[in-house]
Design a protein around this ligand. Structure first.
Ligand code: 5GP
Ligand code: ZN
Length: 118
């Protein structure tokens, strides 16, 4: 079972922001911005490349709600899904990074460092 499935099953603790029957949002363990939330489907889907249009449609308002709940909706934020090796995907369970709380750099993806954001 993958690490995010274990978080879904509460076998591994997480700092939860919100959940419903289908999706879960929790704080990234290694934040790269003042607000760094991971948003996942509870169902195991390997990456964005495998996600159905139906699931995308359903998760969109959930992500928007998390942006409101974490206070970044007015100031702006970024949503990223890394896909596969070149995309830098470490956890092979579909997730979106919701990043905000500071003006985010653009074009430093190769070696982003948290200190750049504070
Ligand atoms: P990826 O590189 O796959 O796009 O992102 C995986 C993210 O998951 C990383 O930002 C990493 O810090 C985070 N992460 C890995 N393991 C855990 C964990 O056990 N708990 C939490 N909350 N985040 C994790
Ligand atoms: Zn999984």
């Amino acid at each position: 079972m993958c690490i995010f499935c274990k978080i879904v099953n509460k076998e591994i603790p997480s700092n939860l922001v919100a959940e419903n029957d289908d999706f879960m949002a929790f704080h990234d363990i290694n934040p790269k911005a003042p607000i760094h939330i991971l948003i996942i489907p509870k169902q195991h889907v390997e990456s964005f490349h495998e996600v159905s249009g139906e699931m995308m449609a359903a998760i969109t308002p959930f992500i928007q709600e998390i942006a409101v709940k974490t206070g970044v909706s007015k100031t702006g934020y970024r949503v990223i899904s890394n896909i596969g090796e070149n995309g830098g995907q470490e956890v092979k369970h579909l997730h979106w990074h919701l990043l905000g709380g500071a003006r985010l750099a653009w074009g430093h993806f190769a070696d982003a460092d948290a200190k750049d954001f504070f």
